[in-house]
Write a protein that binds this ligand. Structure first.
Ligand code: URA
Length: 203
């Protein structure tokens, strides 16, 4: 089975077994979209109305801006993996409850372990809160964080403001684009550092 097939199987299992109560009100599960071999994984908050209708992450207004940011560093959504901390739409787009985040987390963890990306981009406060709860988005956006959390081993996180913020705060758009523009250079640095780490662990 290819990695992509394994990921699709995992996402199907998620919808059968996930204990998240949002399943009852959502139209569709939104497990994630993209390349199982991606070097970059984007993790947002939760699906909104359009995402719920299509079963795909970030396909509404915030998603259009995410596409613009991806294009600004010569990436397409097929090159990366995009998902959310919560896999079902909260009614009226309310913030997800901690127990909903908790119920979806085993699937998110399994996605991270399978894809094993070089860089995890945390989109917004909710994703940051799940992985690095002591940090504040206003202080760490656009900065690399190396951390070993949630049983995921040593990983590289890159927190950003949520793309939806740019839709209602004009100046955040430039800030987000500026933070995003650092991604290619970060990858260049992180890839050899990661290979070195992995080889050292094997010795
Ligand atoms: N906002 C998110 O956090 N995720 C989506 O999939 C869409 C909007």
């Amino acid at each position: 089975m290819t990695k992509q097939e394994k990921l699709e199987k995992l996402n199907l299992e998620m919808n059968e077994s996930c204990l998240c109560e949002l399943k009852a009100t959502a139209k569709n599960p939104v497990p994630g979209f993209g390349n199982a071999n991606a070097e970059i994984m984007f993790i947002g908050e939760a699906p909104g109305k359009t995402e719920d209708e299509q079963g795909l992450p970030f396909v509404g207004a915030a998603g259009k801006f995410l596409d613009t940011m991806l294009a600004s560093v010569n990436l397409k959504r097929e090159d990366v993996y995009i998902t959310n901390v919560v896999k079902y739409r909260p009614p009226n787009n309310r913030d997800p409850f901690p127990e909903e985040v908790e119920a979806c987390f085993p699937w998110l963890r399994a996605q991270v372990e399978l894809i094993d990306p070089t860089l995890i981009v945390l989109l917004g406060r909710h994703a940051l809160m799940r992985f690095l709860p002591k940090l504040r988005i206003s202080e760490v956006h656009g900065k690399i964080v190396h951390a070993k959390v949630l049983g995921l081993g040593p990983r590289t996180y890159f927190p950003l403001y949520h793309p939806a913020v740019a839709l209602y705060q004009g100046n955040s758009r430039d800030l987000l684009l500026e933070d995003f523009s650092k991604i290619p250079e970060i990858l260049q640095k992180e890839k050899p550092a990661r290979e070195l780490r992995e080889n050292t662990e094997k010795m």
